[in-house]
Design a protein around this ligand. Structure first.
Ligand code: HEM
Ligand code: HEM
Length: 186
């Protein structure tokens, strides 16, 4: 077991374990995509299906989130690669690590079900064709339900994640420094 000296300030926590530049950029990019897709996706369900904003969201979101798939795969790969150096020996860090792993797993599930449940072909950026992969009505309905459930679980995990970041902030043990865009310039 390794014993690190207790952090004397937020800066010492940050300096001990900042993330690499690509991981920081990819984190904030995925946070923007995921928060937008979650809030707008659930938000428009309250609107009339013919409302122009709902129709715009339902046509733009599958495109934005499909384009996000390679970026998320890259992010997942970087996280897997860094795994052994970030092995944790204290319960708090293990809990944070388990939540991060759960977020990766659930986002993967959301992306896979999203692509499979498309009930019509989509053209990304009016150039890249994304064909309809599943044609059975029954299976499409099941995938839609699964996508819905996974999106709700993801929203719960993201809420926990944000609560943990906020809690650390309020306790004066900020972890935001590890994800600081400023670190990119280093
Ligand atoms: C970051 C990943 C994603 C998130 C957070 C997300 C989130 C959501 C949410 C919250 C909903 C509303 C849930 C409901 O209908 O009850 C939804 C619906 C939907 N999503 Fe996703 N989604 C993601 C990825 C994808 C992908 C990759 C596709 C397809 C390429 C997709 C296609 C759809 C479709 C077709 C709907 C149903 C709209 C309707 O009911 O007509 N999603 N998504
Ligand atoms: C505005 C919203 C967000 C803030 C302020 C935020 C903040 C942070 C911070 C400070 C860390 C470093 C924590 C540490 O090392 O102890 C972190 C890591 C992480 N965050 Fe977020 N986050 C946000 C949104 C999201 C979203 C939407 C996701 C969804 C997947 C997410 C997934 C992760 C993951 C998986 C990590 C672990 C590091 C990595 O593998 O990139 N975050 N976040």
């Amino acid at each position: 077991m390794t014993h690190l000296p207790p952090p004397s300030s937020a800066t010492s926590i940050d300096e001990a374990s900042t993330y690499s530049k690509p991981r920081i950029v990819l984190h904030w990019l995925s946070a923007a995509v995921i928060l937008w897709a979650t809030l707008s996706g659930f938000g428009v369900v309250l609107m009339d299906p013919t409302h122009p904003f709902r129709q715009w969201v339902e046509s733009i979101n599958p495109q934005v989130t499909s384009l996000f798939i390679p970026l998320f795969a890259w992010r997942l790969w970087l996280a897997i690669k860094s795994g052994p150096q970030r092995a944790h020996d204290n319960p708090h860090k293990r809990l944070a690590s388990a939540t991060h792993k759960a977020m990766y797993a659930v986002v993967s599930g959301v992306l896979v079900t999203g692509v499979l449940m498309m009930s019509h072909p989509v053209t990304l950026l009016a150039v890249i064709p994304l064909p309809q992969l599943v044609h059975s009505e029954m299976l499409l309905m099941r995938l839609h339900d699964l996508h819905h459930v996974l999106c709700a679980i993801l929203a719960g995990l993201v809420t926990l994640h944000l609560a943990a970041v906020l809690m650390h902030q309020m306790q004066g043990r900020s972890v935001l420094g590890r994800m600081k865009v400023k670190n990119i310039a280093r």
